[in-house]
Design a protein around this ligand. Structure first.
Ligand code: ARG
Length: 487
């Protein structure tokens, strides 16, 4: 084997020497190691077979190869496909990549006809086709797993409709909210992630097959036919672009990176909430680990690891961006290095989504601790300011009054509801008894009866709407959540 670029299609005879007549010397051993990619790209095996079957059917239909040869090729490919699926395919590093492994084995098995498969195509359009097929399926998987996590959050939110907790800004207790409101906020982030996957899938769904090495082919191929056969919406318009472009991967990994950041933020909250200082959540043994030295420890490792994995996924995106930056059209061998980061980013996110679905489905939220956290931190201060503003005091002044009351409390070691009416009136004469009711978290929450707010009926409506959207995505939320462990 040797080092030629695979720029032509149609008449190679891999049985003699991988790269044909021009090469006499063997590839240097280290060069061979740098050159080979089958260890990584064998994951494309089934997609490669699928692409080849579509291609050979087209070759037969257009009369480029005989029906007899095409039939032998397809049968051989099917068998190889089954072996790949069963894990029994023997991959050879010396055959460089997934494409050469499959073609070589095919030709060994069916003879001369195998050598006709590569007519009117190149590994350049072949690998681009394979990657698009693989990425399309991978995007569908992360879409589904994102929906499953949303379903879990929906069910957990329904269960915690009456659980109140502090909402935070600057990690300081700020205003009371519902746990359900917080869980639904996570859901919103995830639903946008889902939307990005759907968008990326739609944009990548065009067929590069037929672009050949870069400039199409002299054979009378039918690109519409192969596009349709492979479930693509249409053939890509420009053969140079079709063979050279990897922006579908950049887009997919951008979407994965954004989701990684979302999952990392959720992970951080679960870590915080698991700390004794918060005590808001306990994750089950199946999703926590102990310490090898401190017997009392129950660590929220899954939340920490998901938080950490974001670094890897972002790294995958960056390595792909840097890989592609500055490459001239059309194909360049650098692009072989696209696979490891692409596979890693998808694998990582799939695991993170699964582990969070299970961990959150089964986590125990501590309503008592959350309610208790509302007692400290003066989260009622905004209520006081709003109450005054609603009673005719300009909001700026009201804000000032509430601030002075907080200061008083700090000095006296009291909470805001513990102030007497007299003390309140010392700061502003318009206070009356009705202020005390306004300070109760449940009341404060109910009064936030606006679009997107935490009032009970707003949350109930949000839950109904979310369930309907999930159903629109083909997801029966309750059943999916139950599968993940949410009862
Ligand atoms: N293994 C190669 C890759 O993944 C396939 C395309 C090879 N094309 C070439 N001209 N050498 O990029």
């Amino acid at each position: 084997m040797s080092q030629q670029s695979d720029e032509t299609a149609g008449h190679s005879t891999p049985a003699q020497s991988t790269w044909g007549g021009r090469f006499e010397e063997q590839l240097n051993a280290v060069a061979a190691r740098v050159n080979t990619s089958v260890d990584v790209d064998k994951r494309l095996g089934e997609d490669d077979v699928r692409g080849s079957i579509a291609h050979v059917r087209m070759l037969a239909k257009t009369g480029i190869v005989s029906a007899d040869d095409a039939q032998k090729i397809e049968a051989g490919l099917r068998q190889i496909g089954e072996e790949i699926a069963a894990g029994s395919m023997e991959w050879k590093a010396s055959l460089e990549d997934v494409h050469m492994n499959i073609e070589t084995l095919l030709t060994q098995r069916i003879g001369e006809a195998g050598g006709r498969l590569h007519t009117a195509r190149s590994r350049n359009d072949q690998v681009s086709t394979d990657m698009r097929l693989w990425t399309r399926a991978a995007l569908e998987r992360v879409t589904q797993k994102t929906e499953a996590l949303m379903a879990v959050l929906l069910v957990r939110a329904e269960q915690s409709l009456d659980v109140v907790m502090p909402g935070y800004t600057h990690l300081q207790r700020a205003q009371p909210v519902r746990l359900a409101h917080h869980l639904l906020a996570w859901c919103e982030m995830l639903e946008r992630d889902r939307g990005r996957y759907v968008d990326a899938r739609a944009r990548l769904n065009e067929s590069p097959l037929g672009a050949a090495a870069l400039a199409g082919t002299t054979f009378p191929i039918d690109r519409e036919m192969t596009a349709k056969e492979l479930g693509f919406d249409r053939p890509m318009r420009n053969s140079l672009d079709a063979s050279a472009d990897r922006d579908f991967l950049l887009e997919a990994l951008s979407a994965l990176s954004i989701q990684a950041v979302h999952l990392s933020r959720i992970g951080e909250e679960l870590v915080l909430w698991s700390a004794q200082e918060f005590g808001f959540v306990t994750m089950t043994d199946a999703f926590t680990t102990g310490s090898s030295i401190m017997p009392q420890k129950k660590n929220p490792d899954m939340a920490e690891l998901v938080r950490g994995k974001a670094g890897k996924v972002i790294g995958d995106l960056v390595s792909l961006l840097v890989l592609m930056k500055g490459l001239p059209l059309a194909y360049n061998r650098d692009m072989q290095e696209d696979k490891r980061p692409a596979f890693d980013a998808f694998d990582t996110i799939e695991d993170c989504l699964d582990v969070f679905a299970g961990a959150i489905a089964t986590a125990r939220f501590d309503a008592v601790r959350m309610r208790k956290a509302l007692r400290e931190g003066f989260v009622e201060a905004t209520e006081i300011a709003d109450w005054l503003a609603a009673h005719g005091v300009p909001f700026r002044e009201a804000h000032h009054v509430a601030g002075r009351l907080v200061k008083r409390c700090v000095e006296a070691g009291k909470t805001l509801p513990e102030l007497t009416l007299e003390e309140l009136r010392q700061e502003h004469a318009s206070f009356d008894d009705s202020i005390f009711r306004a300070l109760e978290p449940e009341v404060a929450i109910e009064r936030r009866d606006v679009i997107g707010g935490p009032a009970k009926k707003r949350i109930e409506a949000a839950l109904v709407a979310l369930e309907a959207r999930l159903r629109g995505y083909g997801v029966e939320a309750r059943a999916v959540a139950a599968e993940r462990g949410a009862r």
